[in-house]
Design a protein around this ligand. Structure first.
Ligand code: ZN
Length: 300
């Protein structure tokens, strides 16, 4: 009996010590998010498996069907914004996909990426990182924010027509994002956009996302600060570079915007941008960094 009581006492002391220890550690940094590397990897393989996916192709239509099906499985209600864009090769039918996760306020943080791939006449270009990684990342990011409580509403936007049809100019590029800004200006909802976060080419196994120099300072400060606190200083180096991308139309319209892009990618716009060059782990790193940055962006 005595032995039993002393064992019981030791047990209670241990439980109390454990509870006290947990209470004493309130500053523990959350180091990961519900972003699933495995699900993102499956999405990436599936999307790249559809083959080259330029605007207007059958393969991009299949990609769209897959994205919609997966968003609906996650309880979201995707909507299409369809338009005909005038390109150097005539009018092309394009479709932006939108889905929202309501916060307690109507103002919006847009999380965005493109799902088209650049058209090439002479090579088979499947865009594992350029077009594949952003689409797969955004799909898993939309799923994994199910239990994230924010004031702002999250809007996920999959852009069509990011790529130039012939050669990159202001008129032949970022068709989907230019269209989205036009629509918001026309229906007077642009002021609802608190921030825009763009991911592009984030699949590289050797992840290296420099600070895009035109992007909004406070967004870069929050995101690179989060990356550093998670131990991703190597993947998010403190160096600047300038890139034209889907965030530019929003910046021109005065919306705080940031582009997360790994442009240090030898396979860029070549037949070598294939699944063996990319890693779902890179998508997970960017997923964790953006997810854990959102509370501070929400409160800014
Ligand atoms: Zn590209």
């Amino acid at each position: 009996m005595t032995k039993f009581l002393s064992l019981l006492a030791i047990g209670l002391v241990l439980i109390a010590a454990l509870a006290f220890g947990l209470q004493q550690n309130p500053t523990t940094v959350q180091r990961t998010s519900p972003f699933s590397e495995q699900r993102a990897g499956t999405d990436l393989q599936t999307i790249v498996g559809f083959g080259p996916r330029p605007a207007g192709s059958d393969a991009i239509a299949k990609t769209r069907t897959y994205i919609v099906m997966e968003l609906e499985k996650a309880g979201l209600k995707p909507q299409f914004d369809e338009f005909d864009a005038r390109t150097p090769r005539g009018y092309k039918h394009m479709v932006n996909i939108h889905a929202t996760r309501p916060g307690s306020k109507p103002s919006v943080i847009a999380i965005t990426g493109h799902y088209d791939t650049k058209v090439f006449d002479n090579i088979r270009f499947v865009g594992a990182s350029d077009g594949g990684s952003s689409a797969a990342w955004l799909l898993e990011f939309a799923r994994c924010t199910k239990d994230l409580k924010l004031d702002n509403t999250l809007e996920f936007i999959f852009y069509d027509g990011e790529e130039a049809v012939v050669e990159w100019t202001d008129d032949d590029s970022v068709y989907g994002s230019r269209r989205d800004v036009d629509v918001r200006v026309r229906n007077r909802s642009l002021n609802n956009l608190k921030a825009m976060i763009l991911v592009d080419m984030i699949g590289d196994k050797n992840l290296n996302i420099k600070k895009e120099s035109q992007s909004t300072r406070w967004l870069k400060d929050i995101i690179w600060g989060t990356a550093l606190s998670l131990g991703y200083g190597k993947e998010f180096p403190n160096e600047e570079q300038e890139i034209s991308d889907d965030h530019i139309p929003y910046l021109k319209a005065g919306v705080p915007s940031v582009d997360l892009i790994d442009f240090d990618y030898p396979a860029w716009h070549t037949a070598a941008d294939t699944l063996d060059k990319v890693s779902a782990h890179s998508l997970k790193i960017v997923g964790d960094v953006v997810y854990l940055s959102l509370p501070a962006i929400d409160k800014h």
